[in-house]
Design a protein around this ligand. Structure first.
Ligand SMILES: CC(C)(COP(=O)(O)OP(=O)(O)OC[C@H]1O[C@@H](n2cnc3c(N)ncnc32)[C@H](O)[C@@H]1OP(=O)(O)O)[C@@H](O)C(=O)NCCC(=O)NCCS
Length: 207
């Protein structure tokens, strides 16, 4: 989800680690903190960016087709403010959801595309994403959306479990390919020279 030099490559755990860690009960189980789910404001942009940076590291999300960088947050906030939501506890942003409404030519249907859904690792499995998704869903339905879409890596099991539990299904396979013109030309050149050597040796006279 990030390319060379983009901020998404850096694993900036220290900067983005929330200080309001979930409390633990005496029996060791986690006590659910109170979360507020609200629309994202301009002052949340930096926190959202750093939280995404913590989660979308190059090793976890090695595909390049979607890039996590500050421009992604700013442009989604700018274009689809009402579909940018945050989860907050004790003044800390611990999760966010961002998406948009997709319309197609010659179709009356509106699609709700949830582009990013993230919960800080320390606050996962506490229902934060569920609450973010519910609010996102309500807003989208209000806007006339009939079908929701998401995309994620095929091996992102937490996300797949999460979305299946929310009713998502019919996964479609999609292959991403890359092409490097310089490397391809070098390979072709190598093949040509090997072929040349071979055909040269075939014509060698014996004796
Ligand atoms: C996917 C993600 C958003 C889920 O957030 P979350 O706040 O932990 O989710 P919830 O607590 O609301 O989970 C609701 C249900 O989803 C399923 N689920 C969530 N995380 C799961 C996991 N790691 N393993 C198995 N099931 C999981 C469970 O059914 C869970 O219910 P339960 O806790 O009662 O069993 C979170 O793991 C995350 O931020 N991942 C990294 C970013 C990402 O991949 N985003 C999706 C693509 S943009």
């Amino acid at each position: 989800m990030s390319n060379d030099g983009a901020a998404g490559q850096r694993n900036n755990n220290e900067k983005s680690r929330p200080s309001a860690l979930p409390n633990h009960e005496e029996n060791g189980s986690r006590k659910k903190p109170e979360f507020e789910i609200r629309e994202m404001g301009v002052d949340d942009i930096a926190a959202v960016f750093h939280l995404g940076e913590q989660v979308f590291t190059a090793d976890k999300t090695p595909t390049l087709y979607r890039t996590w960088d500050e421009f992604e947050v700013i442009s989604m906030f700018n274009e689809d403010t009402e579909y940018c939501l945050v989860a907050e506890t004790e003044g800390q942003i611990v999760g966010f959801a961002m998406g948009n409404v997709v319309t197609k030519k010659k179709s009356a249907w509106k699609y709700g595309y949830l582009v990013w859904l993230v919960v800080a690792p320390e606050f996962q499995r506490l229902g934060v994403a569920s609450r973010l998704f519910h609010k996102f869903e309500d807003k989208m339905i209000e806007a006339g959306v009939r079908i929701f879409m998401i995309d994620t890596e095929a091996d992102n099991l937490p996300a797949l479990h999460f979305f299946r539990a929310r009713g998502f299904g019919s996964p479609q396979q999609h292959i991403y390919m890359t092409y490097n013109p310089v490397a391809t030309e070098q390979q072709k050149e190598k093949k040509r020279s090997l072929k040349g050597k071979k055909s040269g040796s075939n014509h060698k006279r014996v004796g």
